[in-house]
Design a protein around this ligand. Structure first.
Ligand code: 48H
Ligand code: FE2
Length: 258
């Protein structure tokens, strides 16, 4: 019995690991925008893997506002909330409250159930570049980074990479810092996010959701961060709409580069 438990897990895990070494889409970060992109990409029959460095995907969605575990979504994002079977309460004209724990677990569940492979405790530390195009990511165990161990990584090949790393826009920063290339942002660089301005921020989140270098796409707070737009606090409609929008842009790009 003891042997069967261990060998079942090892066989299954390495079978899964082998499958994700060459995929259509590699998503970096399991916050709301990354998880929703994973869900819609899997539904569009893309072979998709999502890497999250924490034990649990979900990013900033679990914590609600200052740990009050409720979040707000606006009417535009309600079809997504309904599609995922999340309970909602209308409390003002255009605004709805959802429970952050129910919503986050629903995003994780639906992404996985749709066929996306979710890999937790793994950090993306670099990208693969060939012919001036991003063609994959470089991964390592998150505790290896935390402990600052000198351990070389594993390479994952993909047709598209999504930077869904939130406020830090980590992948875009690494790409720029290590390769000195120009990005498709207003200045050609990662600008960094601005202060709180909710209406403006929610509007620009979807506008900033795009391909910023051949093969590298941005969603959620990372999209606002690279383009120097505002933050919006605990309202999540923009994050959900951004995840959905980028899934459509990536699906078209992957088909184009097939
Ligand atoms: C593996 C990584 C790496 C890496 C980071 O921050 P997130 O929740 O991302 P979004 O953009 O989907 O959602 C943003 C939202 O949660 C938020 O913060 C809002 C709306 N803020 C407004 C405001 O005013 O503050 O999730 C990003 C995830 C996290 O889970 C990280 O652990 C993970 O990405 N991550 N995973 N490799 N290199 N970098
Ligand atoms: Fe945030």
């Amino acid at each position: 019995m003891e042997f069967q438990i261990s060998s079942g897990i090892v066989d299954s895990y390495f079978h899964k690991f082998k499958k994700i070494l060459n995929v259509d889409v590699a998503i970096v970060g399991g916050g709301p925008s990354g998880l929703l992109a994973a869900y819609y990409l899997a539904k569009a029959k893309q072979n998709v893997v999502l890497f999250e460095r924490k034990l649990a995907p979900g990013g900033g969605m679990w914590g609600g506002a200052m740990m009050f575990n409720d979040i707000v979504v606006q009417h535009d994002a309600l079809p997504i909330v309904k599609e995922l079977g999340i309970d909602y309460k209308n409390y003002s004209d255009n605004l709805y409250i959802i429970d952050s724990l129910q919503a986050t677990s629903a995003l994780i569940y639906h992404a996985s159930k749709a066929g996306a492979t979710l890999m937790n405790c793994i950090s993306v530390e670099d990208v693969v570049i060939q012919d001036e195009r991003v063609r994959g990511v470089v991964i390592n165990w998150a505790p290896v980074h935390r402990e600052k161990l000198h351990v070389d990584p594993i390479i994952v090949i993909s047709k598209a990479v999504l930077d869904a790393t939130g406020h830090d826009c980590e992948v875009a920063r690494i790409l720029e810092r290590k390769n000195g290339i120009k990005l498709n942002t207003p200045t050609g660089s990662v600008i960094g996010e601005r202060s709180m301005s909710v209406y403006e921020a929610e509007k620009t989140t979807t506008e900033n959701t795009k391909e910023i270098f051949p093969g590298l796409f941005v969603s959620g707070m990372a999209a606002n961060g690279v383009s120097g737009s505002f933050r919006m606090g605990p309202i999540f409609g923009g994050m959900l709409l951004s995840g959905k929008k980028i899934s459509e842009i990536i699906t078209n790009s992957v088909l184009e580069h097939a």
